[in-house]
Design a protein around this ligand. Sequence first.
Ligand code: SF4
Length: 477
Amino acid sequence: MKTACLVTFGCQMNVHDSQRMEELLRADGFELVAEPEGADVIILNTCSVREKAEQKLRSEVGRLKRLDALVVVTGCVAQQEGEKLLSRVSHIDAVIGPDNLHELPAVLRELEGGAPPLVRAQFDTEAPRFLVNEAAPGAVASSAYVTTMKGCDERCSFCIVPYTRGPERYRSADDIVAEVARLVSAGAREVVLLGQTVNSYRDPAVPMPEGADPDDSQFASLLRRIVEQAPSLVRLRYTSPHPRHVTPDLLRAHAELAPLAEHVHLPVQSGNDRVLKRMIRRYTRSEFVARADALRKARPGLVLTTDVIVGFPGETAAEFDDTLSLVREVGFCGLFGFKYSPRPYTPALKLRDDVPEEEKQRRLEALFELSEQQLRDHLLSLVGTRATVLVEGPSKPGSKTWAGRTQRNEIVHFEAQPDAPFASSLGAGAVATVEVVRANKHSLEGRVESLSLPSAERPRAAYRRIALPLVTEAAKS
Ligand code: SF4
């Protein structure tokens, strides 16, 4: 049997795309292997959000050249550089952009037949295609990604995504709801809806009313339909929303829909209005704070996490202090922090990258120190409370301790005595009521009080740890 190894970099979109590529490869007779050594095909699913993506790709491909394998580059670097990658990085056999992933099996067959290196990197703007989770019942993980849209129309000045993922295109609500219902009946307990600005979602089959506010969307209606038509879904998450589409209808959905997670990752990027304007974020600090407050008012206890860029061109020390004060004011329980770095093709390239590297590092460290403190305080405040935990699996391979996540996305570890009445039912997808007995630096420890399994078929596949920006993780660069 032919073998393939998939290496994934970057965000949840890429994780989702890699999962779908795995399904395409399996259907084409490939066995998926974890290590590149010995694989017939190696696929590097790349990310270009961070600095030096192409150099990293070059060194990765360099490491692989001693192996006798076809090397395929997919993802954002593939889209960004296209044909140029073939001349600049040797040993690449194919370059496939995110909208062309369905062509992977055909491309591999052409290469196996002796074709020269190939490039497929065309946006499907006329007739968008969406990769669907085709996993069979029993092979469905307890947490599944479902894509709602692709591309981004925002054009934030620092971001390369509109260039690498193209303009916004939406999937029909009927298709999304049908996929969620099928996954839930096949064993998924949690669904994570994906989109670059997921809450700008508009159903292509249902036109928006004439003169609708550009910030308005049909995302809340989509959430309601999913909850109605997949009643055994335990948890519904979405990532990543844009603050300007936190509409009154979305707030009502948070107030009314029980499966909707009590956690929203709401990227803010800066707490200073001048910087926000030059980032082209289309909201002010006070508008962001009002939306964060409204979310928490709609769903008391809701936890917010965020993304922050430090050292954006021209950001002064006082403007960075505004970001720290915003992190305090909103009370984020976790964040992904990044030092600004110029990305090709972005509008911010016209601005001088004038914050020295040491100063960017200092700001990043100050940001993490504050966010870690807020996370510690938050976790400590939960000791003695009860939480509903969706079990992911053993804390570590072979461990007797189990791990799962609360509605707010905190990680909880707990032990189950082998003689406990429910011990034999414990596994990925079980729902445990847990008393929180201790707070660690990034997680909680709990004692199980009871366990339930929702009525749908129990998932047999191992839980895939999802790459959501977690309450308990701060990305350090
Ligand atoms: S909203 Fe802004 S940061 Fe997010 S993907 Fe679109 S352009 Fe990039």
